[in-house]
Write a protein that binds this ligand. Structure first.
Ligand code: UD1
Length: 420
């Protein structure tokens, strides 16, 4: 087991390059099961979650070859299995994304219920509703889910909530179905658009990704493609907050500015100067931070995956700050950890009220989930003494070379073994 030791670091300064997006890479890797020829992927982040997804693909008969930094060649011509292993499924919720492609390609899939971060009940009813609408027989028993279909037939599917995973899974099941599928109230996240662009390169007929209505006309077969994964807007946002929280001056490179609108808007409200320059963004924060309010929403609203990092930031914004979480029902577990560091935060159901400006001090804290872990590092950068962040396997699931990237900006952060 490892931990991160974070010291008060002064102003972060310099440049940081953002990696490919975890949440785009994972569904794209799952979609590789649909192609029958070589698929070249670039900008695939080197993360634990990506490693697990590659193991899932291999367990189904796909060949996965690493050919360079962030580059993979995947060939799923000879799939020989439609059941995923419990050990892999339980490690990561996104492994469930292979269900749609397997159903589309092989007409059958069997999985155990997915694991992942503990941020609410995270049901999968919408995924299953979509599969059933396409004609699959879905069975759930003893923590296993199986779906079978002799043929999938396109349908109109309305999602009660614009779930990212359900939109992706249904899209991937529908690309090889007969006729037209229309997903209404679809999620509009940039990662959905990246998946759609990838599927189109494979030969799929998908239009409307990035809007709330996605239309998919089934095709008989998908082939190979070359694709580069979009930059990670959450990693970018995390480093932007790092600049803000330390009163620093950081240029965040390899970003799609259009994806960063809510984060940029809120940092400006807090009093930071943000310069948008092509594919990079400079965050400069010299004066004290003003209090802000955020409310998480599906895209293009403020991302729930940035809520924890902003809560850490709010502890430095003088006055009363409010964060409302509407996407997940149990996503304030980092509050107790921040409180151990001296933060003044009160949670009332889905609202966190942060009385910002109180000094933070180093403490032994726990990364309760991936983004919570990032928030604790951010808080540690401005706290006196040493912050020990434990259970950092969550952080490694989603941030590539996190401490190296932080160190290049002047952060005092090291990784150490946890003694028994
Ligand atoms: C994805 C992201 C995650 C992000 C989340 C919301 C990946 C790998 N993960 O997760 O980082 O925090 O989007 O932006 O891309 N829901 C249902 N029924 C379902 C599915 C979801 O009720 O069948 C609910 C969930 O409980 C949750 C909400 O919908 O409250 C959002 O979940 P969803 O958009 O599906 O998130 P994920 O795809 O799991």
């Amino acid at each position: 087991m490892e931990k991160l030791l974070v010291e008060s670091s002064g102003r972060l300064q310099g440049k940081v390059r953002i990696s490919g997006a975890k949440n785009a890479a994972l569904p794209i890797l799952a979609a590789c099961l649909l192609g029958t020829e070589d698929i070249y992927l670039e900008e695939v982040p080197d993360l634990k979650d990506v490693e697990i997804m590659c193991q899932v693909l291999e367990s189904l008969g796909a060949k996965v070859k690493k050919v360079g930094k962030g580059e993979l060649i995947i060939n799923s011509a000879n799939l020989n299995n439609y059941k995923t292993k419990y050990e892999l499924m339980s490690k990561m919720r996104a492994s469930f994304l292979v269900m749609g492609p397997l159903l589309g390609r092989l007409g059958k899939t069997e999985n155990s219920l997915p694991g992942g971060c503990s941020i609410g009940s995270r049901p999968i009813d919408l995924h299953l509703k979509g599969f059933k609408a396409l004609g699959a027989k879905v069975q759930t028993d003893f923590g296993n889910i199986s779906a079978y279909a002799d043929r999938l037939v396109g349908q109109k599917i309305y999602l009660d909530f614009p779930s990212v995973g359900a939109t992706e899974n249904i899209m991937m099941a529908a690309v090889l179905a007969e006729g037209e599928t229309i997903i209404d109230n679809a999620a509009m996240e940039p990662e959905i658009v990246d998946l759609s662009n990838f599927l189109r390169k494979l030969g799929a007929n998908v239009i409307g990704a990035g809007t709330s209505t996605i239309k998919i006309k089934g095709v008989p077969e998908l082939k190979g493609a070359r694709h580069s994964v979009i930059p990670d807007r959450i990693e970018a946002g995390t480093f932007m907050v790092a600049a803000a929280i330390t009163g620093g001056d950081v240029v965040v490179e390899n970003v799609i500015l259009n994806h960063m609108k809510p984060v940029i808007a809120k940092l400006r409200e807090a009093g930071c100067r943000i310069d948008e320059e092509g594919e990079s963004v400079r965050v400069l924060c010299e004066r004290g931070l003003k209090p802000i309010d955020i409310k998480t929403l599906p895209y293009p609203g403020f991302p729930t995956d940035m809520q924890a990092q902003f809560l850490a930031l709010m502890t430095r914004c003088n006055g009363i700050n409010i964060a409302i979480e509407t996407v997940f029902e149990n996503r304030f577990m980092h509050v107790d950890e921040l409180k151990k560091m001296g933060a003044d935060i009160r949670v009332e159901e889905r609202k966190a009220i942060v009385n910002g400006g109180k000094p933070l001090h180093g403490a032994k804290v726990r990364a309760t989930d991936l983004r919570a872990g990032a928030a604790l590092i951010l808080a540690g950068l401005t706290a006196t003494g040493t912050t020990e962040v434990h259970e950092i396997y969550h952080i490694d699931r989603g941030y590539e070379n996190i401490e190296e990237k932080f160190r290049k900006l002047g952060a005092k952060i090291t990784r150490a073994k946890v003694e028994d």
